[in-house]
Ligand binder design. Structure first.
Ligand code: NDP
Ligand code: MG
Length: 374
């Protein structure tokens, strides 16, 4: 029987990758519903190709373009009322948190690309007693690698995830200050949506991923670290108690983690030719430079503080990235806006609740806009 799958963010980069695999294995997967934000043309193509009847359009107007045969919902959580086996959450940003929350309540299997779900909602999900390791299959490549390694080695000393270092790993501070939008969006190894590409250029993405790993695998921050690995060939490393390491590696292609999660617990099929190992050349591993990647260290501080700080960090970053993409601030200013917002936050922590979580999210976005006006 084909598994019934819902994809949130089907028009995005991860969504597209999943649809490619699903279309190759129609006897294994059946797309029952999907969401998108603004890309009506692409949504129409997907709805036709996969003969989907339920679509959520979260952006501007529910469009006529999809036709009368398709039920259009304004919110993606509404799709989760359909009968389904797997949810792929590939939406970008904190917009994905509520859907993950609902699917966890339903005890469904969630294929999670939307790392912001765990950064923002991790503390909340744990407070609700959700068993994240049983319900979530990571799609983020580093976490997919960790998941595979930890399945065979559940006792370890530390976990390390890798980062390409983005397009500025050899740039001077002056060059980073003058970085254009095109330069920031030119990622050296991965092809991804705009927001995560900006996050990767300043390594804020890696801070988010450290938080993602912390909640997902229930590992203390002192046992989690990141290294710059420009070749993006090794994705994660487990250090065992005897001081030896196990690496997990592949070409930098989301086909691997997406298909692993889709086919789990079966082994995924062979999907693409890989390079001969003898042609790989040099693999480098380097520390994360504090001057080049201040946003990474800000993220680690917010992570350590816990409570509402990860959500605050995430929202401030989302807003600052969006200002950068709109040409309103420079790339190097993103961490400044995030830092100022963190400093000025009037945070008290008396336990986690969902309304306060989203109030804090809105407060941070508003604060960043206010800082822009100053
Ligand atoms: P994209 O920008 O390519 O796609 C984002 C998807 O979310 C699109 O379908 C978009 O719709 C939709 N969307 C945008 N804004 C909203 C909103 N406010 N509410 C609801 N839906 C929205 O992103 P990626 O596919 O690159 O990334 C998706 C998630 O996966 C992110 O959390 C990212 O960090 C994570 N991830 C991505 C990887 C990658 O290789 N791309 C790797 C690892 C993790 P529309 O197209 O209609 O605007
Ligand atoms: Mg990643």
């Amino acid at each position: 029987m084909a598994k019934k799958i819902i994809i949130l963010g089907a028009t995005g980069s991860v969504g597209e990758c999943a649809l490619k695999i699903i279309s190759q294995f129609p006897d294994r997967f059946h797309l029952v519903a999907f969401s998108y934000h603004k890309n009506h043309e692409k949504a129409q193509k997907i709805a036709r190709e996969f003969n989907v009847k339920y679509v959520a359009c979260t952006g501007d107007q529910a469009p006529k373009i999809l036709g009368d045969a398709i039920h259009c919902l304004p919110q993606m959580e509404g799709l989760l009322e359909e009968e389904y086996d797997l949810l792929l959450n590939a939406v970008v940003g904190a917009a994905g948190v509520r859907a993950t929350y609902k699917a966890l309540e339903q005890k469904k299997t969630i294929l999670l690309a939307n790392k912001e779900s765990l950064v923002v909602g991790g503390e909340l999900f744990l407070s609700k007693g959700f068993s994240l390791q049983d319900l979530i299959l990571p799609v983020d490549s580093e976490h997919s690698s960790l998941f595979r390694l930890l399945k065979k080695n559940n006792s370890f000393r530390s976990l390390t995830i890798t980062a390409s270092g983005g397009p500025f790993r050899h740039s001077s501070e002056e060059e980073i200050k003058n970085a254009s939008l095109q330069a920031v969006l030119r990622h050296p190894t991965w092809e991804m949506g705009a927001k995560i590409t900006v996050d990767s250029a300043g390594m804020i993405n890696k801070a988010l991923e450290i938080m993602e790993a912390h909640y997902l695998f229930s590992v203390p921050y002192k046992s989690l670290s990141a290294v710059v690995h420009p070749q993006s060939y090794v994705h994660a490393i487990v250090e065992l108690h005897d001081g030896t390491y196990i690496f997990h590696a592949s070409e930098p292609d989301m086909l691997y983690p997406v298909s692993y999660a889709l086919f789990y617990p079966e082994e995924p099929p062979f999907l693409r030719p890989r390079r001969n190992i003898a042609e790989l050349g040099t693999l480098e591993f380097l520390p994360v430079d504090k001057r080049r990647y201040p946003g990474f260290y800000l993220g680690l501080e917010a992570a350590q503080k816990g409570g509402y700080y990860p959500a605050l960090f995430n929202a401030a970053n989302e807003e600052a990235v969006s200002l950068f993409l709109d040409g309103k601030i420079r790339f190097y200013e993103i961490p400044h806006y995030v830092e100022k917002t963190l400093e000025e936050a009037p945070l008290r922590y008396d336990g986690m609740d969902v309304e306060t979580l989203f109030e804090i999210d809105s407060w941070a976005r508003h604060k960043v806009r206010e800082l822009l006006k100053r």
